[in-house]
Design a protein around this ligand. Structure first.
Ligand SMILES: [Zn+2]
Ligand SMILES: [Zn+2]
Length: 124
């Protein structure tokens, strides 16, 4: 089941919700798979750093660098949903430090930029 969820996620070219993945797995399996069980598996993958959550899209994406744990900045296209990521430890470090300075213990800064991707800008 875990492998099927991971395969299904990888088949999407943009972040997929637990419901999208449950539908894809259900079709492949020929039986109804509940979104709840997909959620549990996705959480497990997030914990193992194999998958990342795109908060503003309420969706998941395969981690582009599973061997490296750091804070990604996601660029989410409002036109086509394509999501890419930037790694800039200086920016995320500044956000973490600002939280610490405010007496807060940060676990994970969430930085996402909504807008339009290169292809959507080119298409007008
Ligand atoms: Zn990254
Ligand atoms: Zn786009």
């Amino acid at each position: 089941m875990r492998a099927r969820v991971f395969d299904a996620l990888n088949q999407f070219d943009r972040p997929a919700s637990a419901y999208d993945i449950a539908d894809a797995v259900s079709k492949a399996e020929g039986r109804r798979v509940a979104a709840n069980s997909v959620y549990r598996i996705l959480d497990l993958f997030v914990g193992k750093n194999l998958v990342q959550r795109v908060e503003s899209a309420n969706a998941y994406i395969a981690n582009a660098h599973p061997d490296c744990r750091h804070d990604c900045i996601f660029l989410v296209c409002d036109g086509c949903g394509q999501t890419t990521h930037l790694d800039n430890d200086r920016i995320t470090g500044t956000v973490r430090q600002a939280a610490i300075d405010a007496g807060f213990e940060p676990v994970r800064p969430v930085i996402e930029v909504r807008g339009r991707c290169t292809a959507c800008v080119a298409a007008g």
